[in-house]
Ligand binder design. Structure first.
Ligand SMILES: [Fe+2]
Ligand SMILES: [Fe+2]
Length: 237
C-alpha cells in the first residue's frame, strides 16, 4: 500500500502522506470549528426568546443614548447647560446598557442590530424632559417585569442580570428627571434657572450604568463593583 496513489473523481492524484495530512487537518477543523458552529446553532435555538429580548433591549438602549445626546445638544442651544449635563449622563448610562446587551448577543453568536435613529425627534428642552419622563421612563415598571418574565424560562443568567441592572438604572433616571420636572409648566424658566445655578455632578457606573449624583461609599449599589468603576460625566458645551 505504501507509495500507492489514489485517484480522486476529479482526476487529482493524492499521495497517502497528503491524505494523512488532509485527514489530520480535517480532525483539527472538526475539533476547532464544528463545536463553535454547533454552539452558535444550539445557542440560537436554546436562547431564541432571550435573543429576541436582547435585540429589543439593545435597540432601545441604543436609541435612548442617541436621543439623550440630541436632547443635550438642544439644551445647550437653549442655554440650559445643567440640563444638557444631565442628558449627557443619561446617554453615558444608556451606552453602558447597550454595550452590555451587544456583548451577550456576541457571545451567543448573534450580531446586535442597530436601530434606525432617524426617527428621533427633538423638541424644546421642556418637552424633551417631559418626553423622557412620560414616554420613555413611564413604562419602566411595566416593561421590565415583562422582559424578565420572558427571560425566565430560558434562564440565561447574564441576560437576566443585565436587564435587572438596566431596570434599576432607568428608575434612577426617572428620579433625576422628576427632580427637575416637578412643578415645571410655566415656571420652567425659573426652575431651570435655579437648576442652572446649582452645580450637580453625575457619576455613571461603567459596569451597570447606575447613574448617581454622589459617589457611593464603597460599592456600586446596583452591581456591587468597587466604587472606582464609576466615571464622572464631564459637562458638555
Ligand atoms: Fe438604559
Ligand atoms: Fe454598577
Amino acid at each position: 500500500m505504501h507509495g500507492m496513489q489514489v485517484e480522486l473523481p476529479e482526476g487529482h492524484l493524492v499521495s497517502p502522506e497528503r491524505r494523512r495530512l488532509l485527514r489530520q487537518a480535517g480532525m483539527v477543523a472538526l475539533f476547532c470549528c464544528l463545536p463553535r458552529t454547533l454552539y452558535g446553532a444550539v445557542a440560537a435555538q436554546w436562547y431564541r426568546e432571550t435573543i429576541d429580548v436582547l435585540q429589543m433591549t439593545y435597540a432601545n438602549e441604543f436609541m435612548s443614548r442617541e436621543r439623550y445626546l440630541a436632547f443635550a445638544q438642544q439644551a445647550l442651544k437653549e442655554g440650559h447647560a445643567n440640563i444638557a449635563h444631565l442628558f449627557a449622563a443619561l446617554a453615558a448610562s444608556e451606552a453602558v446598557h447597550a454595550r452590555n446587551y451587544r456583548k451577550i448577543l456576541q457571545a451567543l453568536g448573534v450580531k446586535a442590530v442597530k436601530p434606525d435613529v432617524s426617527a428621533i425627534k427633538v423638541d424644546t428642552t421642556r418637552d424633551n424632559l417631559r418626553y423622557a419622563a412620560e414616554d420613555e421612563l413611564a413604562e419602566v415598571d411595566k416593561l421590565y417585569p415583562e422582559l424578565l418574565a420572558r427571560l425566565a424560562p430560558e434562564g440565561h443568567k447574564d441576560a437576566i442580570e443585565k436587564v435587572e441592572w438596566s431596570w434599576q438604572a432607568e428608575r434612577q433616571h426617572r428620579e433625576l428627571i422628576a427632580q427637575i420636572l416637578s412643578g415645571t409648566g410655566i415656571f420652567f424658566g425659573v426652575l431651570s434657572e435655579k437648576f442652572r445655578q446649582s452645580s450637580v455632578r453625575y457619576f455613571v457606573c461603567e459596569n451597570c450604568g447606575s447613574t448617581l449624583i454622589e459617589l457611593p461609599n464603597e460599592k456600586c449599589p446596583v452591581c456591587d463593583k468597587p466604587v472606582d468603576i464609576y466615571r464622572e460625566i464631564k459637562r458638555v458645551g
